[in-house]
Design a protein around this ligand. Structure first.
Ligand code: SAH
Ligand code: SF4
Ligand code: F3S
Length: 443
């Protein structure tokens, strides 16, 4: 018999930053209902899993977890599945996991409390996955961090890369009204936030679906830059085809906008890029990188790469390897291709053997590690702006640079929340170490 009166909840998030933000909103919704969050599954009346479908491993992690719950006493708790896997699997989740009480898709999250009422009143399983666009109230998000937070600016994706589930799990692109975003960021700054990361599958498409508003992505950056007390604006992710000169100029000219662009390459061979439907060639990608570097010489680049996509040959992988080496990315996420149900690439054989994918993956990871070590060496002796965010387990201050490097430094806890100019002196693994030059802004 399932509880009719949940008092506590547990939530686990899988997947990307958008999911993290949406979990923070759900925490806000449940707290408003009077539930208390607990960090131990066994102590919770309601268990919530906000899921990801991007690769098979992401789904297997959740399915393994949920299967395990079904074989334990925990199956008697209220159990909900939300997020991208809810959209990818829909009703079939109930067949495989009969102890799951409700399933809510990415465009129905605002209904969480109503769904909970329906489950409790009817004693029946509930599913909501048909929403088109859910005007989620982000202002109630209970954010994990107190100084930096995520802000969703555009939901969904219209790009339809052939390997990717996101257009199916998140629907079409819909931009949030800029007034609402500005209000939210202002509100965060009043609460003490210094940094926001603007989120979207393709932030550069911002505003294109709402031509009447006349506000494109770079316009939004200019508006946010005027908010007093806001120190840093980051954004994720940029599709290479949509990144504009105006955006590059905004990165160069605006006080708040960090000089970092996450710019997924995915592959270095034109045949594979075409098969992926990335709609750019490697030459066009290189041109954008050169343009960005000429406009913003200190810009750092981040990227995502998929190795072992359908029919990728050794020679085609070598092109990815060479390009990766040539460009030099400051941050890279490298994945082995994972076929996803419902995507166009499912029509093609997943014909690169697993061991070949793993070998390519490790070769690129080794190259990345080598380049990252060179980059760290090159940073020694430089001065970097650090937002002091907290204290590490050794009692040292920790923070991040504008280009997303972690730094530890000695100093007083009263500096938490301030920006400091730091002399970089060395590193420990991937974390830089430094000393404060002189206080910049004390808050
Ligand atoms: N919208 C972003 C990324 C979303 S998903 C963009 O296009 O840049 C994050 C990354 O996961 C992608 O950039 C891609 O590298 C990887 N990815 C997506 N689908 C995948 C799949 N089927 N197999 C392996 N990696 C995948
Ligand atoms: Fe997926 Fe491509 Fe959209 Fe990124 S741009 S979310 S990889 S379909
Ligand atoms: Fe995963 Fe959905 Fe994000 S598939 S990566 S949680 S958009």
């Amino acid at each position: 018999m399932k509880t009719k009166d949940p008092k506590t909840f547990f939530i686990r998030t899988y997947g990307c930053q958008m999911n993290e933000l949406e979990s923070e909103v759900m925490v806000g919704q449940l707290k408003r209902r009077g539930l208390k969050r607990v960090l131990d599954e066994a102590a919770a009346d309601l268990l919530l899993y906000n899921t990801c479908s991007i690769r098979d491993l992401a789904e297997r992690k959740v399915m393994g977890k949920l299967g395990q719950l079904g074989r334990s006493k925990m199956r008697n708790k209220l159990i909900g599945v939300t997020g991208c896997m809810a959209m990818a699997k829909k009703e079939t989740l109930f067949k495989k996991l009969p102890h799951v009480d409700f399933v809510i898709g990415t465009n129905n999250l605002s209904e969480l409390n109503n769904v909970l009422d329906d489950v409790i009143e009817s004693g029946q399983q509930q599913i909501r996955t048909e929403g088109e666009y859910d005007a989620l109230d982000y202002t109630i998000a209970e954010r994990e961090h107190k100084l930096k937070g995520y802000v969703s600016i555009i939901r969904g994706c219209d790009k339809y890369c052939t390997y990717c589930v996101v257009p199916y799990t998140r629907g079409q692109e819909v931009s949030r009204p800029h007034e609402e975003i500005e209000r939210e960021v202002r509100d965060m700054v009043q609460k003490g936030y210094k940094e926001v990361t603007l989120l979207g599958q393709n932030v550069n498409s911002y505003g294109k679906d709402q031509p009447q508003s006349g506000v494109l992505f770079h316009d939004l950056l200019y508006k946010l830059d005027k908010i007093e007390g806001l120190e840093r604006v980051r954004f994720l992710t940029s599709h290479p085809i949509d990144i504009s000169v105006e955006l590059m100029e905004a990165v160069r000219d605006l006080r708040t906008v960090c000089e970092f662009v996450h710019f997924p390459l995915q592959a270095g061979s034109n045949r594979i890029l075409k098969k992926m439907h990335r709609i750019y060639t490697k030459e066009q990608y290189l041109e954008k990188v050169a343009l960005l570097r000429s406009i913003v010489p200190n810009a750092k680049l981040g990227t995502d790469i998929i190795v072992g996509f359908c029919s990728e040959t050794d020679a085609e992988f070598e092109e990815t390897y060479q390009l990766f080496d040539e460009i030099g990315f400051s941050v890279a996420f490298i994945f082995a291709y994972s076929p996803r149900k419902g995507t166009p690439a499912m029509r093609w054989a997943d014909d690169v053997p697993e061991e070949v994918k793993q070998e390519r993956l490790h070769r690129l990871l080794d190259l990345y590690e080598k380049k990252a070590a060179q980059e760290r060496m090159g940073l020694i002796g430089s001065q970097m702006e650090v937002l002091v965010e907290g204290v590490n387990k050794n009692g040292q201050l920790k923070g991040t640079t504008r280009c997303w490097k972690n730094v530890v430094l000695d100093g007083n806890e009263s500096l938490i929340g301030s920006l400091q100019m730091v002399d970089i002196q060395g590193f420990n693994h991937s974390t830089l170490t430094g000393i404060i030059q002189r206080p910049l802004i004390l808050t």
